[in-house]
Design a protein around this ligand. Structure first.
Ligand SMILES: [Zn+2]
Length: 354
């Protein structure tokens, strides 16, 4: 018997076909209707229903390109289950090139939302009832905030074994066991026992090829692990792609001033090692920003102008730092060296690394 069609926004997608569906979301006050475009690939055979979504923060555009490249994958012709690709969740923010909605709310704090709430609440409600209630697994794609560049990493609540399986299958070098932020898509999904992982990589309003490539590979690996697409033949994957951090913390600037970064993204740092220098414009006052823990640098601030107390480096601590280094080495070795140099730069003044 043929598999039943998949219905979304009153559109039926037959098994073995794919279609772009415009899910009506709201009207602009110009009377212009807005839609969230969703590409539905409904496989011939039963299987998981995976949602891959990007740009819930409207300026986090790497995920949009990750979704585009995933949709080109020829293995999708033999898909088992259903893929719902939502490249741009926050249509409003994306058009305005901002993280937020027009009323300055963060859509990723509006879940579960309500039918009669504010714009954010309504979009969250729509996403929940039209899409999320139909899925079995979710991959939510994010980047760092503006001027903050995240090392490719997975954030997940590692209590659910299926979530752990997805997080490990993704193969980003670092996994953070991240608590759930109230009102986020991830918190809502988790409350419904839908396994969900968040990919973080790169910075807002920028494309980064290393990040995009690792995101695309990660989504495909998760789909293989869920047996939605066939596993690749050939040599077995290495045992150690990812290491889970014990905790992470933001290191902040001690004074207002102009920052010169010393430690680089993905670098191992020892407790007390210099991460950056901050000086006033005349160089009269200058302080070193030291790492309070040993770990791996997982986010750097790219804007040299900092205020006292501003978060400038995110460092993750590991029970086995050597294992995290191995995961980083594997990550670097899997990339095009020229591209790696561009994204994980070695600064000429970086003489106290390693
Ligand atoms: Zn985000």
């Amino acid at each position: 018997m043929a598999r039943a069609p998949f219905t979304i926004a009153d559109t039926e997608i037959k098994a073995g076909t794919r279609q772009t569906v415009e899910v009506p979301v709201a009207k602009l006050y110009t009377h212009t209707p807005l839609h969230i475009p969703v590409e539905v690939i409904h496989g011939r055979r039963d299987g998981p229903v995976l949602m891959v979504c990007g740009a819930i923060h409207g300026d986090e555009i790497n995920g949009v390109e990750i979704v585009r490249r995933v949709l080109k994958n020829s293995a999708l012709r033999h898909l088992r289950g259903t893929l719902l690709a939502v490249p741009i969740v926050n249509i409003f923010g994306f058009v305005q090139r901002t993280r937020y909605l027009p009323d300055r709310r963060d859509l990723n704090r509006c879940f579960p939302g309500s039918e009669s709430g504010s714009l954010g609440g309504r979009i969250a409600y729509l996403l929940r009832t039209q899409i999320m209630e139909k899925v079995t697994h979710i991959i939510d794609l994010h980047t760092g905030a503006i001027h903050r560049f995240n090392l490719p990493q997975i954030r997940a609540e590692l209590k659910n074994p299926e979530t752990v399986r997805m997080a490990e299958a993704f193969g980003a070098p670092i996994i953070l066991n991240a608590g759930l932020r109230e009102g986020s898509l991830r918190a809502y999904a988790d409350s419904q026992d839908i396994p969900v992982i968040t990919f973080e990589g790169g910075e807002a309003l920028r494309f980064d090829d290393v990040v995009i490539t690792s995101g695309v590979k990660g989504v495909v690996r998760v789909m293989r692990a869920l047996e939605m697409i066939p596993s690749k033949k050939g040599p077995k994957a290495p045992r150690k792609r990812s290491e889970t951090a014990a905790m992470s913390l933001w290191v902040r600037a001690d004074i207002d001033g102009i920052m010169r970064p010393v430690a680089r993204l993905g670098q191992k740092v020892r407790k007390g090692q210099r991460l950056a220098m901050v000086a006033d414009p005349f160089g009269e006052t200058e302080v070193s920003v030291l790492s309070p823990i040993s770990g791996i640098v997982i986010c750097v601030n790219n804007l040299p102008l900092v205020n006292e107390g501003e978060a400038i480096y995110h460092v993750a601590r590991f029970d086995e730092l050597g294992e995290a280094e191995k995961a980083m080495d594997y990550f670097r070795s899997s990339l095009d060296p020229e591209v790696t140099e561009a994204v994980l730069p070695v600064h000429p003044w970086d003489n106290d690394s390693k």
